[in-house]
Design a protein around this ligand. Sequence first.
Ligand code: PSU
Ligand code: MN
Length: 309
Amino acid sequence: MPITDYLTIAPPVQEALDAGQPVVALESTVISHGLPRPHNYETARQMEAAIREAGAVPATVGLFHGQIVVGCNDDQLRTLAYAENIRKVSRRDFPIAIARRELGATTVAGTMIAAYLAGIQVFATGGIGGVHRGDADDVSADLPELAMTSVAVVCAGAKAILDLPRTLEYLETAGVPVLGYGTDTFPAFYAASSGLPVDTRVDSPAEAAAIIRAKWEMGLQGAVLVTVPPPADLALPAEEVEAAVEAAMRDASVSGVTGNALTPYLLARVSEITAGRSLEVNIGLLVQNARIAAQIAVQLADQTTQTPS
Ligand code: PSU
Ligand code: MN
C-alpha cells in the first residue's frame, strides 16, 4: 500500500513544505500521556502559537483511525488531550495502530518517523527518552531512532528520571551530535544542568542550523540533538529533582509499573511530590523549545533557499 494511504499531511503543512517554508513537528505522547488535563491541551496550543509567532508552521502528529496525521487540527488536539485509551505509538507500534485503525499519540521516535516521511526537518519536544536508571536494558526506542532518522530534535535533554551518563554514551556511539543551546552542559529537564558536558555549545539558531545542515550534507543519517536548559525562572534545584525522582522510582517499583507505562507514571509522581512545580517547568520548557525549534527551522529554510547552485 502506498504511503499516502496512511499518511495525511494537513493542507497548511503541505503548502508550507511545498513552498520551502519552515515547519516544526510536535509530538502527541506528551499531550496524551505526559501532562495532566487541561494543561495538556493548553500546552499543545501554546506550543503551536509559539511556533507561529516565530514564523514557522506547527505540525502536531497523531494517529486517527489508523491514519498518521501530520498537522492536527483543533478537534484532533482535543481528542488527543481528552480521549481515553490512546495508544502510545513508538516505532514498534505503528504497524499495529495502522492495521487496527486506532487512535494513537506519537512518542519522540514515532514523531521523528512521521516528520521524516512528511519531509519536516525540525521537531520540538520536552525531554527525549533514554536509558532508564537501575535497568540499563530498558532503553527508550527514542535513542535508536535518533541514530537513524534525519530530523533535528530540540529538547531539554533527557527526562530527569533517566540515567543521563548512559544516555549520552549511547548518543555518542550512535553518532548523534549533542548541542548545548546557550550552555556547555547537558540540561537535566527539570534542572538547568546535569553537569555532563555537551559536544559543543551554540548561541544562536543560525549556529545550530549550520551544524544540522553540515551533518546531512555529508550524507550522514540521523538526528542532531539541540538541548536547551529549562527557563531559568522555573528550573528546579538539581537536588530537589533528584530526591523526587528517587521517591517516584521507589513507588513505581512497589506498584509494579513497567514498560511504556513507566515514563508517564514517573512524570506524574514527580509532579505530585514537587507540588506541581515540575509540571510548571515541563510546560515552560515545552513552549520555549517550540519557539527555538521554529527559529532553527527558519534558519534552515533560509539557508536552503540561499544555497547557490
Ligand atoms: N517529554 C515530555 N513528556 C513526555 C515525553 C517526553 O516532556 O511525556 C514522552 C516522549 O514522547 C518520549 C517518551 O518519546 O516520553 C519516552 O517514553 P519511553 O521512555 O517509554 O520510551
Ligand atoms: Mn522503556
